[in-house]
Design a protein around this ligand. Sequence first.
Ligand code: HEC
Length: 166
Amino acid sequence: MIKELEFGRCPLSNINVISPTAISHHAITKHIFMKTLIVLLITVSGISFFSFQKKTFDLKSSVARGKEVYVAYCISCHMEQGEGIEEVYPPLAKSDYLMADKKRSIQQVLYGVKGEMKVNGKMYNSEMSGFDLSDQEVSDVLNYIRNSFGNKGAAVTPEEVKANRK
Ligand code: HEC
């Protein structure tokens, strides 16, 4: 049986559709459904992309910023390659002491440290005063020293620094 012809206007594409009544309605409904589905998929993937980005910490940028903090506040004692000065300033390069305890180093940068410590088999007994730096600056400088001079360590986030403030 031949079906009646009808003009239909697709509300989204704004084109006229000429087709048998039954097919026309079906096609338009399907078309709207597919478009809605695509828009929905793009929105959902967009949202999940941005929330994923928020969760992953950008260690590379933090290390780059940390170098500037290091040059401004730390280099005078711990030296350019983190080698320190033997028997006076302990090394950060491949420092077993530094890499052993993330929380301890956060607190040492914030509040300083005094007394005996053994770094790479050598004893130091001196004092370092704390630094008036922001959570991000502390996280950046620690990410720099923990990922330079032959060191490789997990990221320190500003949230972790905040949590370790007294
Ligand atoms: C005025 C010199 C001086 C400056 C500047 C300085 N430090 Fe220190 N740092 C020391 C001394 C001295 C010690 C050892 C303290 C002790 O013997 O108790 C030390 C120890 C450390 C340690 C632990 C030991 C190690 O080698 O792993 C870390 C980590 C550290 N400093 C990081 C930093 C960072 C980061 C900065 C810059 C924000 C900085 N220091 C700036 C003198 C300094």
